[in-house]
Ligand binder design. Sequence first.
Ligand SMILES: NC(=O)c1ccc[n+]([C@@H]2O[C@H](COP(=O)([O-])OP(=O)(O)OC[C@H]3O[C@@H](n4cnc5c(N)ncnc54)[C@H](O)[C@@H]3O)[C@@H](O)[C@H]2O)c1
Ligand SMILES: [Zn+2]
Ligand SMILES: [Zn+2]
Length: 382
Amino acid sequence: MKALVYHGPRDVSVDEVPDPRIETPRDAIVKIITTNICGSDLHMYEGRTDMEPGRILGHENFGEVIETGDAVERIQVGDIVSVPFNVACGTCKNCNAGLTNYCIRANDYPRLAGGAYGFADMGPWEGGQAEFLRVPWADFNCCKMPEDGREKQNDYVMCADIFPTGYHATEMAGLRPGESVVIMGAGPVGLMAALSAVVKNASKIMVVDRHPDRLALAEQIGAIPIDDSKVSPVERVLELTGGEGADRGCECVGYQAHDPQGHEHPDDTLNKLVESVRFTGGIGVVGVFIPEDPGGPDDLAKQGRVPLEYGLHWFKGQTIGSGQCPVKRYDRYLRNLIHTGKAEPSYILSHELPLREAPDAYAHFDKREPGWTKVTLKPGLG
Ligand SMILES: NC(=O)c1ccc[n+]([C@@H]2O[C@H](COP(=O)([O-])OP(=O)(O)OC[C@H]3O[C@@H](n4cnc5c(N)ncnc54)[C@H](O)[C@@H]3O)[C@@H](O)[C@H]2O)c1
Ligand SMILES: [Zn+2]
Ligand SMILES: [Zn+2]
């Protein structure tokens, strides 16, 4: 089959590789209908993780089940499914507790917990930017779509990662109806956090970034855009909340946070949230931070250390929740919102491309070129 293979920093190509096959009776093979490129792929693409060359990328996968192992009962050939980016067994102690983001059987536990397709440090699972994908523990992992699965594929594919991830940011922040929220980053994840805040009936949604096209998308769904290349986002949020600060804050940028000139400061968004969220408010961090970052801007960053304004955070009695999203906690409910027309996450999609154009798409998306907000790849188009 054809698949997008990582060869090294900014070096990916569509190669001919062996088809995946059923390896355990619990596996299924999914023929990919559509698969997204994610901001997380860019950390790997830029060589800022220890992703091994030769691996297939892609963890936001959606497709048709074409083969199942003998022990698969619930999922059937012909089902259209979204595949959560987390690979989870469904039965270990963390999965039992709903923490499928830290499954202890999908990775090299206790050194590492939590699995994902085509991801650095998240187990051996190959990615789905390919014609076919092997899904382990298929009954547990696959989220079955209703009859409009193909028709709304560009919405449903967002259930594999970014819609649940944006929602999870608001959950960890503790966002309730009527509250205000500030979201750092108007990338796909920040825009999904904004959509989740709309779904939850937040009273005021403020989104910080410096890309006008991305801020315009936030504005399109009723958020207040804040351009941090023009104003201080902390001052603006305080102004918009009568000096109190936002009730809740979402970090949707991660360790490669930078100033509008491009200099990286991994602490930038976290500290701005500590400063702009009110006393006793909550902060949800879904942007990725990593334990070691050899390519980081200074010694602290290289050691994965982030100079957090812990004193101010403690003094304000805020809470912070962090980590990968447990997609299984949310995907069926967000799917239902899409099915009933109450949420349309495809509003952020800028490009639908054949798989063969993936290398080019990575190059454009990596530069955050205007208009390149979110790319989905369709192997069926070639
Ligand atoms: N926790 C999870 O489960 C999970 C899942 C998916 C993605 N992620 C992570 O979420 C993060 C965002 O993903 P994405 O796809 O939206 O990525 P992206 O890179 O497309 O978007 C990030 C946005 O942040 C903006 N930004 C950069 N520095 C900023 C700053 N200092 N202040 C404000 N905005 C700033 C950029 O301009 C960009 O628009 C990444 O770290 C990704 O790895 C986490
Ligand atoms: Zn992703
Ligand atoms: Zn598990």
